[in-house]
Design a protein around this ligand. Structure first.
Ligand code: GDP
Ligand code: MG
Length: 166
């Protein structure tokens, strides 16, 4: 099987960390500083079961100027052309304006959107259910997958789930 997957989320939620783990080589820049990744960078995850092209999008944020507006539109335009969109959030932080802005855009995306709850290594398991409830009230997600991109927890399950959509 083969397909395309977009990764979206506000800055610092772990998009580059996940992408680097999935493709097994460092191709995107990782940093605590917001928006280090300025361009779409594609990585290919290849196993004997599948080949998946991942697209790392710049942190989508409410544009303050026209270049920002262009960047957001560029990222959004890819979403209808991929097999799956991964919406990454940081479970260690409350849903914020940046997440809400992306959710408003994702509501109009035709491709299946997964809610990927990242950084589960930073919260107690009991905290996950209320967070899932909260996001579920905002929009309907095709799948909800908790992971730790940094430690690798449940990342193989995420790939297994993506595979069923290819
Ligand atoms: P991006 O801006 O969305 O691409 O985020 P990055 O991948 O650059 O990650 C931002 C910061 O979060 C870095 O310091 C990462 O090491 C850290 N990070 C990413 N994933 C995880 C995770 O699963 N757990 C923890 N604790 N930190 C993470
Ligand atoms: Mg990044």
């Amino acid at each position: 099987k083969s397909g395309f997957v977009s990764i979206v989320g506000r800055p610092n939620v772990g998009k580059s960390t996940l992408l680097n783990r999935l493709v097994g080589q460092k191709i995107a820049i990782m940093s605590d500083k917001a928006q280090t990744t300025r361009n779409k960078i594609q990585g290919i995850h290849t196993t004997d079961k599948e080949q998946i092209v991942f697209i790392d999008t710049p942190g989508i944020h409410k544009p303050k100027h026209r270049l920002g507006d262009f960047m957001v539109e560029t990222a959004l335009s890819t979403f209808n052309e991929v097999d799956v969109v991964l919406f990454l959030v940081n479970v260690a932080e409350k849903r914020g304006a940046g997440d809400n802005y992306i959710i408003e855009k994702l509501k109009y995306v035709e491709s299946p959107v997964f809610l990927v709850l990242n950084k589960i290594d930073q919260v107690h398991p009991d905290e996950l259910l209320p967070i899932i409830d909260d996001y579920n009230k905002q929009m309907e997600f095709a799948e909800i997958v908790p992971i730790s991109a940094m430690e690798g927890n449940n990342v193989s399950h995420l790939v297994d789930t993506i595979r069923t959509y290819l």
